[in-house]
Design a protein around this ligand. Structure first.
Ligand SMILES: Cc1cc2nc3c(=O)[nH]c(=O)nc-3n(C[C@H](O)[C@H](O)[C@H](O)COP(=O)(O)OP(=O)(O)OC[C@H]3O[C@@H](n4cnc5c(N)ncnc54)[C@H](O)[C@@H]3O)c2cc1C
Length: 417
């Protein structure tokens, strides 16, 4: 159905931010139309099927510790979970580092892992307890440093930092200098302490699909590129729609192009190589970390956590690098990480995602303005934090702002951090 010539609200972008705004406004009884240039909702969370395997566009996971997960129907996503922790290799030997609260039988493995000894591991435990259980306002008012400096001050030690924390966090923050704000590190670490990470049975795109079906029929317009916006109208290749409020919920680069003067960018990128193995080499669903000096940030048998990603029980492996790499550059490193023969790795596809995430360097600006005035609003992960949580929280915050402008009350829950 084509866009009407008039709507109360037009949301540009059907990623998690745009869908979060739109579903909240619909729940508040507003007439909302959502426009997206892509063929499916979900934005950066997109999934395709290749040779029967579910392939997300870059390795990504849903963390159930995110406050805004409350907006999702988690049982319907049918998540398959990773264990909280990682495998690290030192001198060729694999060591499991696992959250002992969830998997008590692994405690001996974790104590024996080369993390610098019991005092260092206790420091990491104290860091986790602080991030996991202090109130968020306390975390956000703590002195702000780089993530690396914060970890060093916490006393985690050189070994744990280099063998475990740096590669683990590089996979989350998409940067390995650990220049990210300590405040964002606290929020991210909190979500790991409080939640579990998993993959939906139908792939990461199904998170967006789940929100999109909450929109009334005919109010999501896919395959329509917006070329210009202001507070009272949206121009597309197919025509112009007038509106009382316009929400720009695109990726940061497009937002900056549509809204002159907007400070928004997503400098983080990642390259992910997908391989198939005849079977998983691992007994438990854990991310395997890259080693110092290597190119891999991590490599992971995603079908160990979510068997539905494989059509036939073979193992689907996702391996990520921060710098763009070719499959041939990292093939032997992937084989070594999993202790399998290179010949067993069947290459499925590779993808480089530029503009994967905004940076969250100090000073963390996790509540950037969303109401630009005159009926124009902007939301997305670049307004809050570079994550699913940030996108959805920004959507919640923007929905409030739009309702304030339209003059109505709304069933809008707190956005959380
Ligand atoms: C490889 C990768 C790994 C990640 N890993 C994780 C992870 O493990 N955990 C996590 O929490 N986060 C992760 N993220 C980040 C997370 O995916 C994003 O923060 C979040 O999805 C951003 O949502 P958004 O709605 O703000 O933007 P987007 O998802 O970018 O949505 C913007 C939408 O706008 C549309 N659009 C753009 N231009 C136009 C136009 N001119 N007209 C109409 N529509 C337009 C796009 O098609 C898109 O649908 C990862 C991201 C990537 C790429």
């Amino acid at each position: 159905m084509s866009l009407p010539s008039r709507a109360e609200v037009v949301v540009v972008g059907a990623g998690l931010a745009g869908l979060s705004v739109a579903t909240r406004l619909v729940a508040a009884g507003r007439d909302v139309h959502v426009v997206d240039a892509a063929a499916a909702p979900g934005g950066r969370l997109s999934t395709t099927r290749i040779d029967g395997f579910l392939v997300d566009r870059g390795f990504q996971v849903l963390n159930t510790g995110y406050p805004r997960v409350a907006d999702l129907d988690l049982p319907a996503l049918d998540l398959g979970f990773f264990w909280t922790g990682a495998v690290l290799r030192v001198d060729g030997r694999a060591h499991r580092v696992v959250d002992p609260r969830r998997h008590p039988t692994t405690v001996v493995d974790t104590l024996r892992a080369p993390l610098g000894g019991p005092l260092r591991e206790a420091a990491l435990g104290a860091f986790s307890a602080r991030a996991g259980y202090l109130p968020v306002p306390r975390l956000l008012s703590a002195p702000e440093r780089s993530a690396e400096e914060s970890l060093r001050r916490a006393g985690v030690g050189e070994q744990a930092l280099e063998a475990f924390l740096r590669p683990f966090l590089a996979g989350v923050l998409l940067e390995d200098a650990l220049e990210t704000s300590s405040r964002y590190l606290d929020l991210v670490w909190r979500s790991f302490v409080r939640g579990r990470v998993g993959l939906p049975a139908a792939g990461m795109q199904s998170i967006g699909s789940q929100l999109a079906v909450r929109l009334p029929a005919g109010q999501l317009h896919l395959g329509v590129r917006v070329t210009a916006v202001d507070g009272g109208s949206v121009r597309t290749e197919a025509g112009t729609t007038d509106a009382d409020a316009v929400v720009v919920a695109t990726d940061p680069g497009t937002a900056a192009a549509l809204v002159p003067g907007l400070d928004a960018a997503a400098p983080r990128q990642v390259t992910t190589h997908l391989h198939v193995l005849p079977a998983s080499p691992w007994p438990s669903p854990l991310i395997v970390l890259g080693q110092p000096g290597g190119q891999l940030v991590n490599t992971v048998v995603v079908s160990d956590a979510q068997p539905a990603y494989s059509p036939d029980g073979r193992a689907l492996v996702a391996s990520s690098t921060l710098a763009p790499t070719r499959e041939a550059d990292v093939r032997s490193e992937i084989a070594r990480a999993h202790d399998v023969a290179e010949a067993d790795l069947e290459h499925l596809t590779s993808v480089t995602v530029t503009g994967a995430q905004p940076a969250a360097t100090p000073p963390l600006q996790h509540r950037r303005p969303v109401d630009l005035g005159g009926g124009l609003f902007v939301c997305g992960d670049h307004r809050d934090t570079p994550s699913i949580q940030g996108a959805m929280a920004s959507g919640a915050r923007t929905a409030r702002a739009v309702l304030r402008r339209l003059g109505g009350s709304a069933p809008v829950a707190g956005e959380g951090r």
